[in-house]
Design a protein around this ligand. Structure first.
Ligand code: 5GP
Length: 184
């Protein structure tokens, strides 16, 4: 069967930036830190759809203590990728009432920081007991607004990455088991 997506993979058009083993090793380190930090505290992991879902499911399976999960989705008023202009819209809200909960926001990537800042402001307004951030990837050199991140998986260079939950402009590549950079 002719599958252009598979052809691209076979042609090696995606360079590996972070391989599956390195990802899993780091995720297990993050999970250990989180497990210790939230010892005896009720923890709610909040995942931002859709990019964060692969990271969340691997991360939560490395946290042995009981915890809850919930999801929200946001979209940018602009194109949301290369130049978020700072305004995001909640397209799917949490089901959980987070008042008095220890919330850990699980993000795939922080780029300019606008999305994270807005989501944090929204969650803060709901009076959680605590609110922290865990991101798999941090493109720190692209930051336009200061946001504090408690747990960072990897600092990465200013390149557009795909895989492990992250897609391209066609919604492809989320299923790659590694973080890659498309060759141009
Ligand atoms: P922000 O600029 O607001 O920090 O990032 C907003 C969103 O842009 C991220 O949550 C992510 O969806 C998207 N984004 C930023 N950089 C990349 C990238 O390198 N690859 C992909 N697939 N999405 C990105």
């Amino acid at each position: 069967m002719n599958n252009p997506l598979l052809d691209t993979v076979t042609n090696n058009n995606i360079d590996t930036l972070i391989d599956p083993r390195t990802l899993q090793t780091r995720i297990s380190e993050l999970a250990k830190e989180i497990t210790i930090d939230y010892h005896n505290k009720e923890l709610l992991l909040v995942c931002i759809l859709r990019g964060g879902v692969v990271f969340l499911t691997d991360l939560m399976r490395q946290i042995p203590t009981p915890h809850l999960i919930d999801f929200m989705a946001v979209s940018s008023y602009t194109d949301g990728r290369t130049k978020s202009e700072g305004r995001v819209r909640i397209t799917m809200d949490l089901l959980t009432d987070i008042e008095h909960m220890n919330v850990l926001l699980v993000e795939d990537i922080v780029d300019t920081g606008y999305t994270l800042r807005q989501v944090l402001e929204l969650l803060k307004s709901r009076s959680p007991r605590s609110l922290r951030v865990c991101t798999l990837l941090d493109k720190h050199e692209r930051r336009e607004v200061e946001v504090y991140i408690d747990y960072v998986g990897f600092q990465i260079p200013d390149k557009f990455v795909v895989g492990y939950g992250l897609d391209d402009e066609h919604g492809h590549w989320r299923n790659l088991p590694y973080i890659g950079v498309a060759r141009t």
